[in-house]
Design a protein around this ligand. Structure first.
Ligand SMILES: Nc1ncnc2c1ncn2[C@@H]1O[C@H](COP(=O)(O)OP(=O)(O)OP(=O)(O)O)[C@@H](O)[C@H]1O
Length: 300
C-alpha cells in the first residue's frame, strides 16, 4: 500500500504531497570491477523538471533504472513517494510502480502492436477490470494528449516518423496518469523544431498534469528551456544540483566545459533571443531582436 510522507496509507487515487517524491541516498552500482556510482545522493522535488546530465557512460541511465527498480544497486537506499523500493516485494511495490511512467531511449514500443494497443499494455496490467471499449477510448485520449492525431492510435510504430514514435512512447508513459515521468533522452534524434516542440509539450504536461519529471538529456536547449534544476553526474556521484545559471558559476572543469563551451553559449544566446522575442512589444527588445537576427543572417 503506498504511503504518504508520514507513513499513512494512501488511497488508490491519492497523490503524494511530500516535498521529495524521489530520494536517493548513498547509492552504489557496480558491474564487476567497474564502479558506476558511489555515494550518490539526489533528491527530486515534487513538481519540478529535473534535468540529469553527465558525460557519456557517467551512469545517467543506470541511475534512472535504479530508481524504477530495473537495476538492483549494490548499496544505498532509494525512496519513491516516501517508500523504499529496494528489496520491496513486487506486490507491495505495485502501489508505487503504477504511479510512474517511463519513456525509454528509442521509445521501446512493441512493434507488433498498434500505438493504441501499446498504450493499453500498462492499463491492462494494472487495471484488468476495465472494459475493452473504455480501454480503447482511454488509449486514444492519451495519444491525443501527447500531441498526435487520434487516428495515430491505429497505426503501427513502423508507420510513424521518429518524432511521432517519441510521442507514442510518451502516450504509453502517461497511460496510468502518473505522478512521476521519467524521460531518457527524449529529444535525441529529433530535428531542432521537433525537439523544441517536444520540450514545449513536456512543459505543458508538467503544468497541466502536475507531473514531476526526471529528464536525462544531452540537449542544452532542453536544459535551458524547460528544466527547473539540473543534476550533474561526474566522479560517480551527483556533484551539483541547481538551476543552470547557478551551475554555470561553479568551478568544476566538466561543468565549465559543458555549459560555458561553444555549444553551451549558443544555447544560452538562443534562449536570450527567445526571451527578448516574448517582449517584442517593448521597442528596445524589438530592436535588439532585429539586430541579432540580422547578425545571425550575416553569419549564415
Ligand atoms: N547491464 C550492464 N552490465 C554491465 N555494464 C553496464 C550495464 N548497464 C550499464 N553498464 C555500464 O555502466 C556505465 C554507465 O552506463 P549508462 O548507460 O548509465 O551511461 P549514460 O550516462 O546513460 O551514458 P550515455 O549518455 O552514453 O547514454 C557504462 O560504462 C555502461 O557500460
Amino acid at each position: 500500500m503506498p504511503q504518504d510522507e508520514d507513513g499513512r496509507p494512501l488511497g488508490r487515487h491519492e497523490r503524494y504531497r511530500g516535498e521529495f517524491p524521489i530520494v536517493v541516498e548513498g547509492l552504489e552500482n557496480r558491474f564487476g570491477e567497474q564502479i558506476v556510482h558511489q555515494n550518490l545522493d539526489l533528491k527530486v522535488r515534487r513538481g519540478e523538471i529535473l534535468g540529469v546530465v553527465g558525460g557519456s557512460g557517467s551512469g545517467k541511465s543506470v541511475l534512472m533504472r535504479s530508481i524504477i527498480g530495473l537495476q538492483v544497486p549494490s548499496a544505498g537506499d532509494i525512496q519513491v513517494f516516501g517508500r523504499s523500493i529496494n528489496g520491496a516485494d513486487p506486490d507491495a511495490a505495485i502501489g508505487v510502480r503504477n504511479r510512474w511512467g517511463v519513456l525509454f531511449q528509442g521509445g521501446a514500443l512493441f512493434s507488433t502492436l498498434t500505438v493504441g494497443e501499446n498504450v493499453q499494455v500498462p492499463l491492462k496490467q494494472f487495471y484488468p477490470e476495465i472494459a475493452p471499449d473504455l480501454l480503447e477510448e482511454i488509449a486514444r485520449y492519451k495519444v491525443m494528449l501527447s500531441g498526435l492525431p487520434g487516428e495515430a492510435a491505429c497505426k503501427f510504430p513502423a508507420e510513424l516518423s521518429g518524432g511521432m514514435r517519441k510521442r507514442a512512447g510518451l502516450a504509453r508513459a502517461l497511460a496510468l496518469d502518473p505522478e512521476l515521468l521519467f524521460l531518457d533522452e527524449p529529444t535525441a534524434g529529433l530535428d531542432p523544431i521537433g525537439a523544441a516542440a517536444f520540450d514545449h509539450l513536456t512543459r505543458e504536461l508538467k503544468a497541466t498534469l502536475g507531473l514531476t519529471v526526471f529528464l536525462i538529456t544531452h540537449d542544452l536547449d532542453t536544459l535551458h528551456e524547460i528544466c527547473d534544476r539540473v543534476a550533474v553526474i561526474a566522479d560517480r556521484r551527483v556533484i551539483a544540483v541547481d538551476t543552470v545559471p547557478k551551475l554555470m558559476e561553479l568551478d568544476h572543469p566538466w561543468i565549465q566545459e559543458y555549459f560555458n563551451g561553444p555549444r553551451g553559449r549558443a544555447a544560452l544566446t538562443a534562449q536570450a533571443i527567445d526571451e527578448l522575442r516574448k517582449h517584442s512589444d517593448i521597442p528596445a527588445a524589438a530592436q535588439a531582436v532585429k539586430a541579432l537576427d540580422k547578425a545571425e543572417k550575416g553569419k549564415a
